[in-house]
Design a protein around this ligand. Structure first.
Ligand code: GLU
Length: 420
């Protein structure tokens, strides 16, 4: 399996938008107004490597829509990062924050660097250089980044430090920070926790299954996939397969997820599943076809596509990643009665707890983890029920209903502002 999708993120975002815009009967003017990003920045990020060689990367920050609040969305470090991908991901954030009704717009950033190729010093340098070039468009009330693929709490710590050098102490300029620097309890697990909550709710309502009856497969074993798998196992589900870019493992009787997580996060490891000795390997081409009830693509865009969709056996797909199902695969799953819970709902737990972190930073106050988790559940399940009601009202797919709700909210904020 190639990890370079054939259907691009931007093509997926376009279909998602167009279908919902048709349901809303949106005018051509509003369609252009909503889809076109508010601002896009592209910068050079030079680096002297530790070995003395010189290289430059390209960094982006796209501010898609800020009608409902400051631009919000992660920063991705990945060799595949490009203008169109970041644009599509920024737009996805606009609808995600609108759908769960938190006071943010949507943005996304990235650098076309493979963090696995760099040392810590080099990564710090790249992060600081990137921030020193985009800092003018960031700010607690302007644009608030967060972790995404290839970045983590350490990256956010460098960002808050670099931004602070130019603007003074501003913890609310970025979320997903370490606890010591104003991070929120529960933020690191939040996206995975949200995926778990949504998977259990959808399994109950659409499959009539309790957690103990669920067999789950999770593609991607990074922050999102690993925490979703751990929390689902904790809730009583059987995790039958997991994979990352280095390979996958399958056990119809259930994998030991805690042991897998300990293996991946061990001090002398490389953060991947490579070489895990505790289960039977499963090839990337066979992974989507593993026998399970719930399939959670939590890795990259376009992971479920026209060539592997026919093999999917799950009756519920929960999008842990952003844009992981191509429109053609989505259509086929829908025809077969497989429920697909869209990314803007399924993986919104992260940005919801980012909102809590941002609020706590303004208050200079720390909530308990139990408080964070309880409020996360309340906000996310409300959005889930809103989407379920909209599905019925529109007789639409869950994706169409979610996007129609979200886009409707963005349009109405723009209308109130007198934007058109
Ligand atoms: N990168 C995450 C996402 O795609 C989190 C964004 C945030 O917390 O701002 O939703």
């Amino acid at each position: 399996m190639s990890d370079q999708p054939t259907v691009t993120a931007y093509e997926i975002a376009t279909v998602n938008f167009d279908r919902a815009a048709d349901l809303l009967d949106l005018s051509p003017e509003w369609r252009t107004m909503i889809r076109t990003p508010f601002r896009e920045m592209k910068v050079e990020v030079p680096l002297y490597r530790d070995d003395g060689s010189f290289t430059t990367f390209i960094g982006y920050r796209v501010q898609h829509n800020g009608a409902r609040g400051p631009f919000k969305g992660g920063i991705r470090f990945s060799p595949h990062v490009g203008e169109q991908e970041v644009k599509a991901l920024a737009e996805t954030m606009t609808y995600k924050t609108a759908l769960v009704d938190i006071p943010f717009g949507g943005g996304k950033g990235g650098v076309n660097v493979d963090p696995r190729d760099l040392t810590q010093r080099e990564l710090e340098h790249v992060t600081r250089r990137y921030v020193s070039r985009i800092h003018l468009i960031l700010g607690p009330n302007r644009d608030v980044p967060a972790p995404d693929m290839g970045t983590n709490a350490q990256t956010m710590a460098w960002i808050v430090d670099q931004y602070g050098r130019q603007h003074g102490y501003s913890p609310a300029v970025v979320t997903g920070k370490p606890l010591e620097l104003g991070g929120s309890p529960g933020r690191a697990q939040a996206t995975g926790r949200g995926v778990m909550l949504i998977a259990l709710a959808a399994a109950r309502d659409h499959l009539g299954k309790a957690p103990a009856d669920l067999r789950v497969a999770v593609q991607g074993f990074g922050n999102v996939g690993m925490n979703a798998a751990l929390l689902l196992a904790e809730a009583g589900a059987t995790v039958v397969a997991v994979s990352d870019h280095t390979g996958g493992f399958h056990n119809p009787g259930g994998l030991d997820v805690a042991e897998l997580a300990a293996y991946v996060t061990r001090d002398d490891g490389d953060g991947t599943l490579a070489g895990y000795p505790g289960a039977e390997p499963v090839g990337a081409d066979d992974f989507m076809g593993v026998d399970c009830d719930v399939l959670i693509p939590a890795a990259i865009e376009g992971a479920i596509h026209k060539d592997n969709v026919a093999s999917v056996q799950a009756r519920l797909v929960v999008e842990g990643a952003n844009l992981p199902v191509t429109p053609e695969a989505d259509r086929q799953l829908d025809e077969r009665g497989v429920l697909v819970v869209p990314d803007i709902l399924a993986n919104a737990g992260g940005v919801i707890v980012s909102y809590f972190e941002w609020s706590q930073n303004f208050q200079q106050y720390r909530w308990s983890e139990a408080d964070v988790n309880e409020r996360l559940e309340r906000i996310l399940l409300k959005a889930y029920h809103d989407v379920a009601a909209k599905m019925k009202a529109l007789d639409a797919s869950m994706r169409e209903a979610a996007f129609a709700l979200a886009i409707g909210r963005v349009v109405s904020a723009e209308e109130l502002r007198g934007s058109l």
